[in-house]
Design a protein around this ligand. Structure first.
Ligand code: AMP
Length: 438
C-alpha cells in the first residue's frame, strides 16, 4: 500500500541527521549555560491574541503565515511562529519577569510558519533562542550579540556575517516612519502592490521587500541611523564600542529591519555566505515595551533566535559517530538470559550496547557485528556458559579475549571491563589482558 507521507513543509529528522541535530543543540546549550541562562520550555500552542498583540497585526507572520485554528470551545489557538512572545508570557505568568530582577532564559523547539517551502525554509522548523528580560543598558545588548556570535561559532559557521542596526524607539521612530512613508509616497508608482499597502500600514517594511523594483525605488530612502534621538544614538554607539573592544566582528546595515513590530533600538541578524536565498541563520533585537504590552511590569528585554536547520545547512558538519561500541551476542537459547543481564550491566556502566536475539550462528553473528560497526562483540555460546566467561572479540584487531560473564550488580566490574576494553581499543595490549581477568 502507498504510504500516506508527511505534511508539506513538515519534515522528519531521521538518523544520522538527527545526530547532527542533537549534537548542535548540545553545543548551543553549553554556550547558553556559560552565559548563565536557564532553560524554559513553553507550549507549542498559544492563544492567537498573544501573537497578534506582540508581533504586530500588519506583519507577514500574523497576516499570512500563522497556523491558527479554533479549539473545540471556540478559543482561537495558534501554533507558535516564534519563541519570544511565548517566553515573555510564560516569564510573566511564572513571576520571573519582575522589577529589580533579571531573567535569562533560553528555549529550543519547533516553530510553525505557513511559508512557501524551499531550501532552508520549511513550515515546521526549529529554533534555539535566548531572552534577557529586565536589562536596558548597552552592555546587555553587547553581551547578547556576543552570545549570538558564540552560538554561531559553536555551530561551526564562524564565517557568517553579523549585521547590526538601531531601529530607534518610541521617541524617534515615529518621525522616521513618517519620513520613510513620505519618501515611499513619492515613489508609489514603482512599488509593488504589497509595498503600496505598507506605505500607510507599516512603512519600515518597505526596506525589506525583495522585489527588484521596490529595492531600486527604496535605494535612496532616508536611513534610520540618521534619525536616531540622542539617547538611542548614545546607546547604539556604546553597544558598538563594547563589541569592538571584545573583538566581535559586525557590520552596520542601516537598512536592516526585522520582520516583527516589537523591536526597538538594537536589531541584528546573521547571514551565511553559502546558503543562497534563505541565508539568514538567526536574528534578534531589543524589545523594550513588550513585557508591559503583554500585561507584565514595564521591563526592557533583548533576545535572539537561531534556526537549527539553517545552521546545519551552513555548517555542513558530518554527523558525529553514533553507533554501538559493543554487541552482546547469545549463540544459543540458553545464553539469552545471561546475555540480557550482561548487556544491562554494560549499559548501566555507560556503554552504548546492542543486544542480539539468540540463536544466530557464529558466522552470521559476526556479520551482524561487522555491520553494526561495533568495536567489540561479546559472544556467549555453550562453552562460555560452562566456563562463565564471555568471548570478547575485538572486531578491529581481530583478536579474542575472555571476560567474566556475570558482572556484579554494583557496576564496578562492568566499569572495569569497559575501561579495559577502552584501553585495548587504544592499543594498550597489557590492558587487553586485563579484560580477560575481570
Ligand atoms: P526570524 O525570527 O524570522 O528572523 O527567524 C530566526 C531564524 O529562524 C532565521 O534566521 C532562520 O534561521 C530561522 N527560520 C525562520 N523561518 C524559517 C523557516 N520557515 N524555515 C527554516 N528556518 C527558519
Amino acid at each position: 500500500m502507498k504510504t500516506l507521507g508527511g505534511v508539506k513543509g513538515f519534515h522528519d529528522i531521521v538518523p544520522p541527521e538527527s545526530e547532527r541535530f542533537t549534537a548542535l543543540e548540545h553545543r548551543l546549550r553549553d554556550v547558553l549555560r556559560s552565559y548563565n541562562y536557564d532553560e524554559i520550555r513553553v507550549p507549542v500552542a498559544e492563544r492567537t491574541e498573544l501573537f497578534a498583540r506582540s508581533l504586530g497585526e500588519t506583519t507577514d507572520i500574523v497576516e499570512k503565515e500563522m497556523y491558527t485554528f479554533d479549539d473545540r470551545d471556540g478559543t482561537s489557538l495558534t501554533l507558535r511562529p516564534e519563541g519570544t512572545a511565548s517566553v515573555v508570557r510564560a516569564a510573566i505568568d511564572a513571576g520571573l519577569a519582575q522589577r529589580e530582577r533579571v531573567a535569562k532564559l533560553y528555549y529550543m523547539g519547533p516553530m510553525f510558519r505557513r511559508e512557501r517551502p524551499q531550501k532552508g525554509r520549511s513550515r515546521q522548523f526549529h529554533q534555539v533562542g535566548a531572552e534577557l528580560i529586565g536589562r536596558d543598558d548597552p552592555t546587555a545588548d553587547a553581551e547578547t550579540v556576543t552570545l549570538f556570535a558564540d552560538c554561531l561559532a559553536a555551530a561551526g559557521v564562524p564565517s557568517s556575517r553579523i549585521v547590526l542596526n538601531s531601529l530607534g524607539d518610541a521617541e524617534c521612530r515615529p518621525a522616521y516612519r513618517a519620513a520613510l512613508a513620505a519618501y515611499g509616497e513619492t515613489h508609489r508608482a514603482e512599488l509593488c502592490e504589497n509595498c503600496r499597502q505598507r506605505l500607510t500600514r507599516n512603512p519600515l517594511r518597505l526596506l525589506d521587500c525583495k522585489e527588484e523594483g521596490c529595492r531600486r525605488a527604496m535605494a535612496g530612502a532616508p536611513l534610520v541611523t540618521d534619525h536616531l534621538c540622542p539617547a538611542c544614538r548614545t546607546h547604539f554607539d556604546e553597544v558598538q564600542a563594547l563589541l569592538r573592544a571584545t573583538g566581535v566582528a559586525f557590520e552596520i546595515n542601516p537598512r536592516l529591519v526585522r520582520g516583527l513590530d516589537y523591536y526597538v533600538r538594537t536589531a541584528f541578524e546573521a547571514v551565511a555566505s553559502n546558503l543562497g536565498a534563505q541565508n539568514a541563520v538567526g536574528g534578534g533585537g531589543r524589545y523594550d515595551g513588550l513585557v508591559e504590552a503583554l500585561g507584565g511590569p514595564p521591563l526592557a528585554g533583548i533576545g535572539f533566535a537561531v534556526g537549527v536547520e539553517r545552521l546545519l545547512l551552513a555548517a555542513d558538519t558530518a554527523a558525529p559517530e553514533a553507533r554501538a561500541e559493543i554487541c552482546v551476542i547469545p549463540l544459543s537459547d540458553a545464553a539469552a538470559a545471561p546475555a540480557f543481564q550482561l548487556a544491562h550491566r554494560l549499559r548501566a556502566a555507560g556503554a552504548r550496547c546492542e543486544l542480539e536475539a539468540a540463536g544466530r550462528s557464529v558466522k552470521s553473528a559476526m556479520r551482524r557485528a561487522d555491520k553494526l560497526g561495533v568495536h567489540f562483540a561479546l559472544l556467549i555460546g555453550d562453552d562460555e556458559l560452562r566456563e562463565r566467561r564471555a568471548t570478547v572479540r575485538d572486531m578491529r584487531q581481530q583478536r579474542d579475549h575472555r571476560c567474566a560473564l556475570a558482572l556484579d550488580t554494583d557496576g564496578g566490574a562492568a566499569r572495569a571491563l569497559l575501561a579495559s576494553l577502552a584501553a585495548a581499543a587504544s592499543g594498550a595490549s597489557d590492558a587487553t589482558k586485563g579484560a580477560t581477568g575481570v
